[in-house]
Design a protein around this ligand. Structure first.
Ligand code: 26M
Length: 825
């Protein structure tokens, strides 16, 4: 085991307290007696960061001087969550911190929670990037995360008195940020606009404006690897802050216009995660961070060289494209190679295609990014030329591979017609070596449906890497009680860096005493969550109820509406006496979900959930047996508190729509049972935990396809409504104003959609979902059985560590590995 802070650097709690005092004075200018908890947080964070710096410098040095190919993870989002506890864990300084802070008269928990949460991502894709950089560092792979430091992260969600979502800006940088180091001396110029000229056969881009990309570096400490990688997030600055001539004329806005335009680029994270809007500013963001990152990698690996031998570039670093958001990097690298370094097209193309790989995260056609050629040309005229040439050459290549002209037309990177569009997923597939999906089923569907023509002609490009989650944050930190019990059960804590070791718990599933203690852990976590929910939301949560959670972005395909309809149906049957309140399994149903601000149907669903919650929680007939909670502003902090307390996890998307899911993994590892469809990684979770330890329901991908073929979304859903009285009653209650104080128009769009279209087949799966819920209740009544199943979920889901995902990428996609062990460590 290799600690980042080598044994000789290991310090006592007293020495750590001295360091905090020192930073309080030198950084914050306060004596401990005057310090606020926010001061202590900044000082402690600074102290921890300083303990990581030697290992950071050494990792960079070994990376540049050695022969291990590095990984550049290009992602528009890194949803990191708070850093302090993670940094303490990985630096091996948790104990010292706890004692030192107490010695200074503060509660360690208060210091930890003084950190604002950086929410620089929308959901699964951004959190995956954060888990991956943790795993890369923990395995010791030399890697950079490259992205954007948005000034405003994902919006803060609040609910109004009608239960509607509204959004508030997330100004997370309002106070000092001790983690990000702004490196003004390593800025990069990023150009935009202008036109391209011909100069003796060479294309010359004359841009008409440029922005200064300034890196903000975050340390990414590995767990027991001795390595510290870099997350480099770019922030946009103007080169000329003020136009003095305009200022002197009294035109104050014009005077700062340039600055505003530049800094707008990294101002805000776009909160849509499923329907890209084709906005110029978004394309500016993408090019901005990708161009800066490529330039940064070149100067890192060829320091001080004007004419680097770029043929070696793919041996120095491999870039992973996290979805299509960074795909503009492909024409950018072509431009650098051809225009700046004078390579011919074929050599440049060979280098480029060996440098990039692409991960796709979706199956929904409307989520695939497509940019109007017109817009790209306006902003990046030279890149558009290159894309056109890539397209032409690609079409020529296809003509040598097939006679099927319809197929060739379908595969065009730039569509034909008078308003041509650039299909970024196709550009990524053509311009990189590998394409991967994020779960077995997803990768199969990519080959069979979404990118079928490509997989026909280039079968070897396609591979799968099933997602994973970091056990450091989502087990060790989020669930310390369970972690201790696991360590005791296995007799070692090495599972934290090799999660497959959880398998060793399997025999303990037949040890009644151990299962009992596992159940006790869950109960204690539920009590903790009740306290958290009271403190943060004012909710009264009864820990003696089943905790049933559904946390994820609000989207029709994820089917929060199926869950809420089932809750309403249950409520109605309790009211009518069909279900006996006295024998009913008491439940607390917890939702966490943000809706994209412009997604009307999703917002209506949020309003419905809030009002169902209001009505049911306040109905004396229910006697508190059924509760619905909707804590607002679901974020990483909430997930870390809720997941360890959850007993039942809802993964109920329509089969064939959820690429993978990663919440499903976090829950299963933490001993929740899943109720789910055969979708995304649910399939693999079920295979591993055992069919008998997973509550499966609903249609399969094939059944879904067959039902579409029958015309389901052309009005068939109504039959399900007519034929199932439980469903009819639930929908009628939504329509008749039960959850809108008598107003029948509030949920009109939802009701109309259910009865006339229901594209995601909520109604068709409703019966199966109600039935499985009854089975769940029966199983829950047998506590021993339930917790045996839960323990087996924990024991058999070690596969879903992001360490394993990274090992798969290393072997199947990146063809590299960890740095050699540092003999000094
Ligand atoms: C695109 C263009 C413009 C603005 C925003 C976007 C955009 C941002 C995020 C599009 C999609 C985004 O995220 C999609 C996402 O989170 N997908 C999820 O990825 C997870 C990790 O692989 C999977 O587990 C989920 O199944 C998948 O939905």
């Amino acid at each position: 085991m290799t600690q980042i802070t080598a044994p000789h650097e290991q310090i006592s709690a007293e020495a750590f307290a001295d360091e905090i005092r020192d930073y309080l004075l030198k950084g914050q200018g306060v004596k401990p007696a005057e310090a606020k908890v926010e001061d202590v947080y900044v000082a402690a964070a600074t102290a921890v960061r300083n303990h990581l710096l030697d290992a950071w410098a050494k990792t960079r040095e070994d990376m540049v001087s050695g022969n291990t190919k590095a990984v550049g993870y290009l992602s528009a989002e890194f949803l990191m969550g708070r850093q302090l506890r993670n940094a303490l864990l990985n630096a091996g300084l948790t104990e010292q911190f706890n004692k030192a802070v107490a010695e200074l008269g503060f509660d360690p928990h208060d210091v930890i929670t003084a950190e604002p949460e950086p929410g620089l991502g929308n959901g699964g894709l951004g959190r995956l990037a954060a888990c991956f950089i943790d795993s890369l560092a923990s395995i010791g792979v030399p890697a950079f995360g490259y992205g954007i430091q948005y000034q405003y992260g994902i919006f803060r969600q609040e609910f109004d008195d009608k239960g509607r979502q509204y959004e508030r800006a997330d100004y997370w940088l309002a106070n000092e940020n001790p983690w990000g180091h702004t490196d003004y001396n390593r800025d990069v110029r990023v150009n935009f606009g202008g036109h391209v000229e011909d100069n003796n056969g060479r294309r010359v881009w004359n841009p008409d404006w440029s922005v200064r990309a300034v890196p903000v570096d975050y340390l990414v400490p590995g767990y027991e690897s001795g390595r510290v990688n870099t997350l480099r997030l770019w922030t946009a600055k103007a080169y000329h802050e003020i136009d003095l001539r305009a200022f002197n004329r009294g035109e104050y806005y014009q005077a700062v216009e340039n600055q505003v335009k530049a800094e707008d680029i990294t101002k805000i994270l776009y909160p849509e995660d499923s329907t890209p809007q084709g906005k110029s500013l978004r394309l500016q963001q993408q090019y901005f961070f990708v161009a800066a990152s490529l330039h940064d990698a070149i100067r890192t690996f060829y320091p001080g060289q004007d004419k680097p031998d770029m043929a070696t570039f793919p041996n120095k670093i491999t870039f992973q494209l996290n979805d299509t958001h960074p795909v503009i990097g492909i024409p950018e690298l072509m431009r650098i190679l051809i225009d700046e370094y004078g390579y011919d097209w074929d050599t440049a193309w060979d280098i480029t295609t060996r440098t990039f790989n692409y991960t796709c995260h979706t199956l929904l056609p409307e989520a695939l990014e497509i940019w109007p050629a017109r817009l790209i040309r306006e902003l990046l005229p030279r890149h558009m030329e290159i894309i056109e040439q890539i397209n032409e050459r690609f079409v020529s290549l296809l003509q040598t591979l097939t006679d099927d002209s319809a197929k060739i037309d379908r595969m065009r990177i730039v569509t034909s017609g008078d308003d041509p569009q650039v299909r970024m997923a196709y550009l990524a597939t053509a311009g990189g070596t590998h394409v991967n999906g994020v779960a077995e089923l997803h990768s199969q569907l990519l080959k069979d449906v979404t990118l079928r023509d490509f997989s026909d002609l280039f079968p070897n490009k396609f591979t799968n890497v099933t997602n994973g989650v970091t056990p450091r944050r989502f087990v060790r930190l989020a669930n310390p009680r369970m972690s201790d019990l696991i360590t005791e059960g296995l007799g070692t804590d090495t599972w934290i860096s090799d999660l497959s070791k959880l398998e060793g718990l399997v025999p303990l599933a037949d040890d009644g005493e151990f299962v009992h203690r596992f159940a006790e852990v869950k109960r204690a976590n539920k009590r903790d969550f009740a306290g958290f929910a009271k403190e943060h939301y004012g909710f009264d949560v009864n820990p003696d109820t089943m905790f049933d959670s559904m946390i994820k972005r609000l989207h029709e395909y994820k089917r929060q509406s199926l869950k809420i309809l089932a809750v309403i149906a249950r409520y109605a049957s309790l009211k009518s006496g069909e279900t006996d309140v006295n024998t009913f399994t008491p439940r607390t149903v917890i939702f966490g979900a943000k809706a994209a601000p412009g997604y009307a149907m999703a917002k209506e669903t949020i309003q419905l959930i809030n009002n169902v919650s209001r009505v049911i929680n306040n109905d004396p007939d229910i006697q508190g047996k059924l509760n619905v909670l909707f804590p607002w502003n679901y974020n990483i902090e909430l997930s870390q508190n809720l997941i360890p307390a959850t007993e039942l996890d809802e993964q109920i998307s329509q089969a064939g729509k959820e690429a993978s899911g990663t919440g499903n993994m976090k829950f299963a590892i933490n001993g929740a049972l899943t109720v789910g469809t055969l979708d995304g990684a649910n399939v693999e979770i079920r295979e591993r935990v055992g069919y008998e330890n997973f509550f499966l329901f609903g249609m399969t991908v094939d059944e879904v396809e067959a039902l579409y073929a029958e015309g389901y979304d052309k009005g068939m859903s109504r039959q399900y409504y007519e034929n199932d009285p439980r469903l009819k009653r639930a929908i009628d209650m939504v329509a008749d104003g039960t959850f809108s104080e008598g107003d029948r128009s509030t949920y009109q769009n939802l009701v109309n959609d259910w009865l006339s279209k229901d594209y995601f087949m909520t109604l068709a799966d409703f019966g199966a979902y109600m039935d499985i819920q009854s089975e769940i209740e029966k199983t829950y009544a047998d506590e021993k059985k339930w917790f045996r199943m839960a323990l087996l979920n924990t024991a058999r889901t070690g596969y879903f560590s992001s360490d394993r995902s990274i090992e798969d990428y290393l072997e199947r996609v990146w063809m590299t590995g960890p740095l050699p062990e540092d003999p000094q460590l």
